[in-house]
Design a protein around this ligand. Structure first.
Ligand code: ZN
Ligand code: MN
Length: 495
């Protein structure tokens, strides 16, 4: 069976605004206090009128620009009619034929093939979220409730072309999208809380006798984890392959279906038949003005976009000489972490040194202390100043680590940490690098004299014996560089 996998995604993202999209109610995830963030507007009471949240629109335009979309200078609101208990107005305010943005793209790197793949975007539009139906909380099977706290939360819908060719690519697309949205600070993208969720449209293009035959499209709704996205798509693809192999003629008769994903059973289950656009009876919302935006306003928003993950990764590799792996580790930690790294790097002037410390020493401390980088007591300029001394040869790496550890314990005692503390610590602990080769030479000679048998072993080529000799020298000369000491011992013993 010769076929191509065809996947398109629809992603819904809740925007990080203070208030809802058409009223002043708080936009908070608050499942423990249902129905407290409501008002006549988001409850859809007669006579209430919506007013657009400017911030929600700006965050959407910012995202559209980052997704390489064209921003429309004129856009409007439409009503999408359907009845559901969590939709009190019995319509959703959305955008139909004139979305605020269209025709974008995202490039993704696929590790398993080493390929860069471009996923084109059909559009991104803004709409309001529905509430939440809660079924059978008691477990007795007789209990359904509605929480309208979420009703009217600003929601960005991003629709891809069917350009995705595997479940793995779908997961990577979503992971990259989430990282980008977090860099943009437009959404917290907490998938468990539903602030980033995804529907996948999946089918096969089967090649047979020189003909391409599409199998019926299955839409998998409301996937809310990366694992779920990958597993659900894999599952549907296998089902489609099997159905084709069982009876290709019957596949043409199956209508487009909508399924849900049951992560516990690792299987999809059938839901209602998928509506077509006509079923929603879209029409322009008479209560809301269309929105216009000037080129100056678009440029203004564009200027607030920070350096995005893909660009950053490339710069770290090509300009700083990091490995793609290290670049990825830093970028994946988020915008604040990457900015911390950038600042350490600028202060010490050595990208690789900065990367080593930030991905190892700093990250280990953050994990142990359960801190975010913004709360880390050793600021980027201070760490950068320590590393500058290492890079300039004034401190050994080992002594640098001791300065770093001392700074951290100082912070624990409430001492203010500044770059001036570094010199004080170095002086206190005698960590300055020993530059006096005459002094080092004398200590080495004394150690060799005391350990004549071991020295003889090294002279005869038993190289592992050199370690203990270095250790003895280092105990007497804290500021010496172990590598230099090793070389000096070998020079003495082997001429
Ligand atoms: Zn409200
Ligand atoms: Mn939608």
């Amino acid at each position: 069976m010769d076929y191509t996998t065809i996947i398109g995604l629809e992603v819904h993202v809740q925007l990080l605004t203070k208030s809802k999209i058409f009223c002043g109610c708080a936009n908070l995830f608050n499942p423990d206090n249902p129905n407290v963030q409501t008002c006549p507007v988001c409850l859809g009471l007669p006579g209430s009128l919506p007013v657009m949240n400017r911030k929600a629109f700006q965050l959407s335009v910012k995202t559209g620009l980052a997704l390489n979309c064209d921003i429309a200078s004129f856009t409007k609101w439409d009503r999408k009619q359907y009845y559901y208990p969590d939709l009190p107005k019995a319509y959703q305010i959305s955008q139909f034929d004139l979305p605020f943005s269209a025709d974008g793209w995202v490039d993704i790197e696929v590790p398993s093939t080493g390929e860069t793949r471009r996923v084109r975007l059909i559009r991104a539009h803004l709409e309001e979220d529905a509430g939440k139906n809660i079924h059978d909380e008691s477990g007795r099977g007789a209990d359904s409730r509605v929480d309208l706290n979420r009703t009217g939360t600003p929601l960005l819908e991003i629709v891809t072309q069917p350009d995705i060719r595997s479940a793995e690519e779908a997961r990577i697309f979503l992971e990259d999208l989430r990282l980008m949205l977090r860099y943009l600070a437009v959404s917290d993208c907490e998938m468990q809380e539903g602030s980033l969720r995804c529907d996948a449209n999946v089918n096969l293009h089967v090649e047979e006798n020189g003909e391409t035959i599409p199998t019926p499209i299955v839409e998998i709704k409301n996937l809310n984890s990366f694992r779920g996205v990958e597993a659900a798509i894999e599952h549907e693809l296998k089902k489609q392959v099997k159905a084709w192999q069982t009876d290709p003629r019957r596949m043409g008769e199956v209508p487009k279906t909508t399924v849900g994903w049951d992560a516990n059973r690792n299987a999809t289950f059938e839901q209602r038949g998928k509506e077509e656009a006509a079923d929603y009876r879209y029409f322009p919302d008479p209560d809301l003005c269309p929105v216009t935006i000037t080129q100056e306003e678009v440029d203004e928003i564009r200027s607030t976009i920070c350096e995005l993950p893909g660009v950053r990764r490339t710069r770290y590799v090509s300009e700083l000489g990091l490995t793609p792996y290290d670049a990825g580790v830093i970028v994946d930690q988020g915008a604040e972490f990457a900015s911390y790294f950038d600042e350490v790097c600028v202060t010490c002037g050595d990208g690789k040194q900065a990367a080593n410390w930030v991905t190892q020493d700093v990250q280990r401390e953050l994990n142990e202390r359960k801190l975010e980088i913004g709360e880390f007591p050793v600021s980027a300029p201070v760490l950068g100043a320590v590393l500058k001394k290492v890079v300039d040869g004034e401190l050994t790496i080992k002594s640098g680590r001791e300065v770093f550890a001392t700074l951290l314990s100082d912070a624990g005692d409430g001492t203010r940490i500044s770059a001036e503390r570094i010199d004080a610590i170095i002086a206190d602990k005698g960590l300055g690098k020993e530059q006096d080769t005459g002094k080092i030479d004398a200590v080495i000679q004394a150690v060799l004299d005391r350990n004549a048998a071991v020295a003889e072993d090294v002279r005869n080529g038993r190289m592992q014996a050199v370690g203990p000799l270095i250790g003895q020298v280092m105990r007497e000369l804290k500021g010496a560089d172990a590598k230099d000491v090793r070389q000096m011992i070998l020079d003495k013993l082997q001429g």
